[in-house]
Every structure is written in structure tokens, then in C-alpha cells.
Design a protein around this ligand. Structure first.
Ligand code: NAG
Ligand code: NAG
Ligand code: NAG
Ligand code: NAG
Ligand code: NAG
Length: 786
């Protein structure tokens, strides 16, 4: 009995000793792994204390380096390099690094910050299946979050701040059911948030600031534990998010929120920090926010909050920072904010408050702007952190009053103040001053003065008008990705559907230099007149302005949407479309020439040097050719001058007249290239190729009919009359002549094309379909020249 007892005691002692020994000494394989990690990280300074003899489990924890062992295994590893550590060298492989790392299988907490790690995060990291906290901030990791992370069911904290991760947030994040901290600040994530995020009921911190997220914030009603929500500097909006009541910190600044602040925010009794600055919030400022029981930081700057403040309002004594600047507040700053405390910062410039009058707008400014809030509120665009920003959009259906645009603020005010009396009031005077010399906007808006061409040209289009920003956002589903058509050097294009069901194309132009709306008046006026059957015409525009100085931040141009593809896709091989018949080709060429003629002579001043390309000629549902990309005066970087390509024809200045002629012939050359492609039915890629083919064409004209037919697109060569073909070839060659003075005028071109059409028409009569084209005869009829 005693012996047994003795034995047991020994055994316990042995186990105990063994345990102590092992608790102090790391498995040698893990020690090797750590040394290898040091080598893969290129021997960073922070790991310089490590050597073959280091007793890893008994190192003194430092703020930059901490190791924690449990039993004989590492459970926590924190390595924090120098702030702004450069990229690891080219031979670094994140893949090998992670392959090494997962040999520490019991890791629960892993911090690898500022180590210069670069690459896409390998899914293999999910082999650390017990991981609870992962912080890899301030590295150079890119790509998306690997889906394998979804298997880390113990993960509570995921911090990827200050990297280069991109793409949308994955739906599967909701499988990390015990996640409490998700911090993805300063990356390049985009897209809208998955609604599944709203099911992470344990979430306490959600930090998504400084990314490119957009759209509505999902319903976070169920996130009852949420304490910190930081969405700063994205494009979220427009509705205020649905949130639980336990928030301590709510940061929505620099987004696109533009609703009012809902009443329930006044019941966020734990809220300490509220920052809604630089959005376009509207409506009354809920003064109860000042007296929330826990509030210490309140920033509402750069919105359009309205309402009157009273001296006797109460505020929380703990308030340290209040910024009310750049809103539309009136009344008197509450005295509780004015105490001479050094601890407290109170900013309130650029409102209409009584206090001191310093840096305040006159009362009428806020009152009138407040009235204008009745107009759909608009999104903001930050310009300078200190500056108030306001987007301003305009409603109106005025064709003739386009010129008033420069004075929108004024007009809005006046319309509100004295409806109906604005016509003869100061705005008109200012218009006259701003309109270009020689003709006033008033005259231009008068139908009697609008050229015949223009009246005939713009058939079937709705009147040119201003659009409100809201309308445009609604039409493009808030500039949704699915509406995105493409991006040129001048900004993005979106497809949109207006309320009346019509489809439009919206072009967004960012304005870099600070200019007020009236700087654009002249251009807008011109654009509003560029309407013709053979131009993709502008239907209207919308200005978005900054509030502080009313300078324009963006201009949206709304164009008709032409659905049927480019002329090239109807002509050259390799497209699934049926190819145009000869008759249709001539008609299309006539359309393009008429469009050019209108650009040159249909408006004053004419628009030249349009850099015309066959890919910019679109066909509508009736196969009517329309020039989609002509010289738009707004789309020049140099807004100072009235733009390249615009000259006044009929000027008395002979030099200017000569230049106009020259510029006219630039378009004629470009037209020649288009015509060449129409005739040959193949894509032309270089100017050199054009030169060679022009010479061959010239040879054919002098040769016999067979030679000419061998040259023309085989898809139509049987169906075209030689006389028609020959005329087209001749005019094409002349358009492409080297010396601009030798090229024909647009009128000359048009005359020849019409001749080519007429002879062809007379020849084929009703044997239209005999060319075997799959395009129906009825369609071709519509196209025949008129
Ligand atoms: C990477 O290259 C450097 C020299 O440029 C060398 O010292 C280092 O050992 C290499 N690291 C790896 C992991 O191969
Ligand atoms: C550490 O060990 C490795 C191999 O185990 C050896 O190559 C190296 O020379 C050792 N370094 C020192 C400083 O002992
Ligand atoms: C990630 O780790 C770094 C270094 O310890 C720390 O400064 C940072 O606050 C951590 N991130 C979060 C969101 O806790
Ligand atoms: C989102 O980011 C990805 C990757 O950078 C990019 O390919 C995609 O076009 C972006 N989408 C939008 C709508 O910006
Ligand atoms: C504060 O002052 C305003 C007008 O000065 C008054 O209408 C209001 O009743 C006062 N409120 C309180 C709580 O005294």
C-alpha cells in the first residue's frame, strides 16, 4: 500500500517536473520556424535580439515584439516593425512566409504590423484554425480577402487597416459569427456592403473608413452590440443608417448622406462622438444632440442644416469639441458653448448666427438657402477640409433661359422670394453682361433668330432643359456600376432611365479649376444648340456646385441614348450584325456629312476640328447615323479660352477666316477616312494605311469598272451601281488630299454624296432587296436620302 502510494507520488512529481520543464522550453521545431520567419522578413531590426540560443518563451515582452507560449507551443506572436517600413525585397514571397507561419499551429493572436509584407494574402493562412485575432495593418497586401478565412470560426478580430486590399466585401463574412472587431480602414475596397454584414450580431467595432464603398448602409438594427461605426470618406448614402442604440462612436463624415438626422439619434444615450461633417444633410439641426448625456465630440460642419439656435439651449458639460461651421444656422450661439474653457473647441463660422457677425453670412443667405433646401438636396464633394461644400442642382424646364444658369443661386432666391417678377430684374442685366458679344442669350432663345437648320435639325427631341442632380442620380441608380458605360479621358459615361422612361447617356465632367456657373454659360449655351438629327444631341445638363464659393465641382451632360452600335460595327467584318447595303452606306455617309455641316454652319460660332472617327458614329433604331463625339467646348482642359475649334465664321479678320477654312478641312479629311472605311468595308488603323489605300483608290477611278468593283467591300460590290461607286470613290479621294486647300467643302461633299445616292436609287428602284442583305428593305427605305 505504502509502496503504491510512494509510486504515485513519484509519478506526480515526475509529471509536475516534466510540465515545468516543457512550459519553459519551446518545441525546437517552432524555434526553427521563428528563426526562419526572421530570415524571410529580411532580418528586421525588431527581431535582432533573436538567435539560435534565444529562449523564446521567456523573452521580456516589448511593445514591438511579444511572444506568448502555452504548454510548449506559441499562442501569440506580435511583431511590429518601424512605421512606414518599405516593401520587403523582390525575392520575398508572402506564400512561403505564410507556409512557414502555419507551422505555429496553436497561434491564437497574430500581429504582423509595418513589416513591409507585400502580395496577396494566401488562403493557406486559414490553417491557423484557432486564430482569434489577426492584425496585419500597415503592410502592402493587395487583392481580395481570401475566402478560406471563412473557416476561421474562432476569429473575433480581423484588422487589415492601411493595406491595398480591393474589391467588394464578401458575403461570407457573415460566417464569422463571433466576429467582434472588423477594421478595414484605408484600403481600396469598393462596391456596396453585403447585407449579410447586418447579421454579425457580436460586432462591436466596424471601421470601414477611407475606402471606396458606396450605396446604402445595410440595416444594422440587429447589431445591438455595435459601439463604433466609422464610415468616413467613402460614398455611402443617401439615407442615414439604421443603427442600434448603444453606439459610442458614429463617424459618417465625407460621404453622400443627404437625408435628415432621424429623431432616434437623440436617444443614443451612450454616444460620445458624432461626426456627420461634409455630407449634404438637410433639415433642422437637432439641438438636443448638444445635450446628449455622453457626448464629447460633435461635428456637423459642411452640411445644410437649418434652424434657429437660442442662447438658452443646454449642452453637455463634457463637450470638448463642437463644429457647426458652414451650415445654414440662424439665431444666437448657445451661451453654454461660449464659456471660456481652454479645453473646449467651438467652431461656428459660415452660418448666419448673430454672435459677433464675424465670418457669418447675412441672415438672408441662410433663409434663402433654407428655402432652396425644398429643392431636392444634393450630394457634396469635398474640396478642402476647411471649406464648406454644397452640391447645388437646379430644377427647371427652361429652354430659353439657359443663360440664366450662371445666376442660379440668385434665381432660386428670387423665384422663392417673388415668384414671377424675375424677368426684368437684375438677373437679366447680368445675363446681358455675360453673354458673348454680338448676340445676347435673349436673342438666341428667340425662335425667330434660330437658324432654319437648327429648327429642322432637332426634330423629335424634347426641349433642352436643366436637370436636378436628384433626377440624374435616380436615372443612373445613383451612378450604379450596372449603369456604367465607360470612361474617357474627359470623365465617365453612365446610362440612365429618366422618369418618363426614356433612356439617356449621362456624361460626368469633373471641373478642376474653381469656376462659377457663369463661366460655363457660354459653353452650355452652345451645347444646348448642338441639336440635330445627325448629332447625338444634348438633352440638358446639371451643375453641381460648392456652397462656399458657388464654384462648379461637376457638370453632368445628359445626351440622348443611341442604342444600335457604331457605324463600324455595321460595316466591317467580324461583327455579328448584318452589314449595311450600299444604299444604306451612302445614306449613312450623307447623315455624317449633314452632321458636320450643321456643326460648321448650323450654329454661331461654328464647331470645328471635331476629331471624327467611325467609332464615334452611332446608328439609331432606324439606322440613322449620328455623330456622338464632336468637339464639346466644355471638355477642354483649357477653359480660359473659348476653346480650340470654335471660331466665328464671317469674321472680318482675314487670318481668322483662313483658320476657319483650315479647320473645316480637318473635319473633311476625317470624313474622308470614314468614307474610305465605308467603301472598303474594312477597319483602317493607321494614317499610313489610309494614304496607301487612297492612292490605290485613285488608281481604280481611272481604271475600269472591274478594278473599282474589286476594291469595294465584297459584301456590297454586286449591289452598287458603278456610277454611284465612282462618285463615292472620287469624293473620298478628294477629301483625303494632303493640302487642306485642295479638299472639297462640306457642301461639295454633300452634293456628291447625294448624287451617288440618287443614281443608285434610280437604278435599283424596288429591286432593293436583290443585294441579298439581311437588313430588310423597309429599313433601307427610311435611310434613303431625303
Ligand atoms: C533576398 O535577397 C537578398 C539580397 O538581395 C538576400 O540577402 C536574402 O537572403 C534573400 N532572401 C531570401 C528569402 O531569399
Ligand atoms: C544557428 O543554427 C544554424 C543551423 O541550425 C546555423 O547554420 C547557424 O550558423 C547558427 N547560428 C549561430 C549564430 O549559431
Ligand atoms: C493593430 O496593431 C497595431 C500594432 O499593435 C496597433 O497599433 C493597432 O491599433 C492595431 N489595430 C487595431 C484596430 O487594433
Ligand atoms: C472595384 O475594384 C475592383 C478591383 O480594384 C475593380 O476591378 C472594379 O472595377 C471596381 N469596381 C468599381 C465599381 O469601382
Ligand atoms: C429659450 O428662449 C426662447 C426664446 O428666447 C424661448 O422661446 C424658450 O421657451 C426658451 N426655452 C427655455 C427652456 O427656457
Amino acid at each position: 500500500m505504502a509502496k503504491t502510494y510512494h509510486h504515485s507520488l513519484l509519478l506526480v512529481l515526475f509529471i509536475l517536473l516534466n510540465f515545468i520543464k516543457h512550459s519553459e522550453e519551446l518545441q525546437s521545431s517552432q524555434a526553427q520556424t521563428l528563426l526562419r520567419i526572421r530570415r524571410l522578413l529580411n532580418f528586421p531590426v525588431v527581431l535582432s535580439s533573436w538567435s539560435n540560443n534565444t529562449d523564446f518563451c521567456n523573452t521580456e515582452p516589448k511593445s514591438s515584439l511579444t511572444l506568448v507560449c502555452y504548454e510548449e507551443s506559441i499562442t501569440q506572436l506580435h511583431i511590429i516593425g518601424n512605421n512606414g517600413a518599405p516593401l520587403l525585397p523582390r525575392n520575398f514571397s508572402l506564400h512561403s512566409f505564410v507556409t512557414t507561419l502555419v507551422k505555429l499551429p496553436d497561434l491564437k493572436v497574430l500581429t504582423l504590423v509595418s513589416l513591409g509584407l507585400w502580395g496577396t494574402l494566401p488562403g493557406k493562412i486559414a490553417r491557423l484554425s484557432t486564430l482569434e485575432i489577426l492584425n496585419v495593418s500597415s503592410n502592402y497586401l493587395y487583392g481580395s480577402i481570401p475566402q478560406e478565412l471563412s473557416s476561421l470560426t474562432s476569429l473575433q478580430t480581423l484588422i487589415l487597416d492601411d493595406n491595398m486590399f480591393s474589391g467588394r466585401l464578401p458575403d461570407w463574412l457573415s460566417s464569422l459569427q463571433i466576429l467582434t472587431v472588423l477594421s478595414l480602414k484605408k484600403n481600396s475596397f469598393n462596391g456596396s456592403l453585403p447585407s449579410s454584414l447586418g447579421s454579425l450580431e457580436n460586432l462591436r467595432v466596424l471601421a470601414l473608413s477611407h475606402n471606396h464603398f458606396y450605396g446604402a448602409v445595410p440595416d444594422f438594427d440587429r447589431l445591438t452590440n455595435l459601439q463604433v461605426l466609422d464610415l468616413e470618406d467613402n460614398a455611402f448614402g443617401p439615407q442615414f443608417p439604421q443603427l442600434g442604440k448603444k453606439l459610442l462612436t458614429l463617424v459618417l463624415s465625407k460621404n453622400r448622406f443627404r437625408s435628415g438626422i432621424p429623431a432616434e439619434v437623440s436617444s443614443y444615450y451612450q454616444l460620445q462622438r458624432l461626426d456627420v461633417s461634409f455630407n449634404t444633410f438637410v433639415g433642422p439641426f437637432p439641438t438636443s444632440l448638444l445635450s446628449l448625456p455622453s457626448i464629447t465630440y460633435l461635428n456637423i460642419a459642411g452640411n445644410r442644416f437649418t434652424g434657429m439656435l437660442f442662447e438658452n439651449l443646454s449642452c453637455n458639460a463634457e463637450l470638448e469639441f463642437v463644429d457647426l461651421s458652414s451650415n445654414l444656422l440662424t439665431g444666437t450661439l448657445p451661451s453654454c458653448l461660449l464659456t471660456d474653457s481652454k479645453e473646449r473647441v467651438v467652431l461656428y463660422a459660415r452660418n448666419c448666427l448673430d454672435n459677433g457677425k464675424k465670418n457669418q453670412h447675412p441672415y438672408s443667405f441662410c433663409r434663402n438657402e433654407a428655402l432652396a433646401v425644398g429643392i431636392p438636396p444634393h450630394q457634396k464633394k469635398r474640396k478642402e477640409a476647411s471649406k464648406a461644400v454644397l452640391a447645388l442642382g437646379i430644377i427647371g424646364g427652361v429652354v430659353g433661359a439657359i443663360a440664366l444658369l450662371g445666376l442660379i443661386l440668385l434665381i432660386v432666391r428670387r423665384v422663392n422670394a417673388k415668384r414671377g417678377t424675375m424677368v426684368k430684374k437684375p438677373p437679366t442685366r447680368l445675363i446681358a453682361e455675360n453673354a458673348s458679344a454680338g448676340y445676347t442669350s435673349k436673342i438666341l432663345s428667340d425662335a425667330r433668330y434660330i437658324s432654319q437648320t437648327m429648327k429642322l435639325g432637332a426634330v423629335g427631341l424634347p426641349a433642352y432643359r436643366t436637370f436636378s442632380l436628384e433626377e440624374i442620380e435616380e436615372a443612373t441608380n445613383n451612378f450604379h456600376t450596372s449603369a456604367f458605360m465607360g470612361e474617357g479621358s474627359h470623365g465617365q459615361m453612365y446610362r440612365g432611365r429618366l422618369k418618363d422612361g426614356s433612356i439617356v447617356a449621362v456624361r460626368c465632367l469633373k471641373i478642376k479649376k474653381s469656376r462659377s456657373t457663369h463661366n460655363f454659360m457660354h459653353h452650355i449655351e452652345l451645347i444646348s444648340k448642338l441639336r440635330h438629327r445627325h448629332l447625338v444631341s444634348a438633352l440638358g445638363h446639371c451643375f453641381e456646385c460648392y456652397l462656399d464659393d458657388s464654384s462648379v465641382s461637376r457638370i453632368f451632360l445628359v445626351f440622348e441614348y443611341i442604342p444600335n452600335g457604331t457605324l463600324r460595327s455595321w460595316i466591317s467584318e467580324g461583327h455579328s450584325r448584318p452589314r449595311l447595303t450600299w444604299t444604306q452606306r451612302v445614306a449613312a455617309a450623307i447623315g455624317v456629312a449633314k452632321g458636320i455641316q450643321f456643326l460648321h454652319t448650323g450654329i454661331v460660332p461654328g464647331v470645328y476640328s471635331n476629331n471624327l472617327k467611325i467609332t464615334d458614329i452611332l446608328l439609331d433604331q432606324n439606322l440613322v447615323a449620328k455623330i456622338s463625339s464632336y468637339y464639346l467646348p466644355l471638355i477642354t482642359d483649357d477653359m480660359g479660352k473659348v476653346g480650340r475649334g470654335i471660331s466665328r465664321s464671317g469674321s472680318k479678320d482675314p487670318v481668322l477666316n483662313a483658320r476657319v477654312k483650315q479647320e473645316e478641312k480637318v473635319d473633311v479629311y476625317d470624313f474622308g477616312v470614314i468614307l474610305l472605311e465605308i467603301i472598303l468595308g474594312r477597319q483602317l488603323t493607321s494614317r499610313n494605311e489610309v494614304g496607301i489605300l487612297k492612292d490605290r483608290l485613285q488608281g481604280c477611278i481611272a481604271a475600269d469598272e472591274a478594278a473599282r468593283r474589286s476594291m469595294v467591300d465584297p459584301a456590297v460590290h454586286k449591289a452598287c451601281l458603278d456610277q454611284s461607286l465612282r462618285t463615292m470613290m472620287e469624293i473620298c479621294v478628294r477629301c483625303l488630299l494632303k493640302d487642306p486647300a485642295d479638299r472639297p467643302s462640306v457642301e461639295d461633299v454633300l452634293w456628291n454624296l447625294q448624287f451617288a445616292a440618287q443614281v443608285q436609287d434610280a437604278w435599283c428602284g424596288d429591286s432593293q432587296s436583290s443585294d441579298g442583305s439581311p437588313v430588310s428593305a423597309s429599313q433601307s427605305r427610311i435611310l434613303t436620302f431625303r
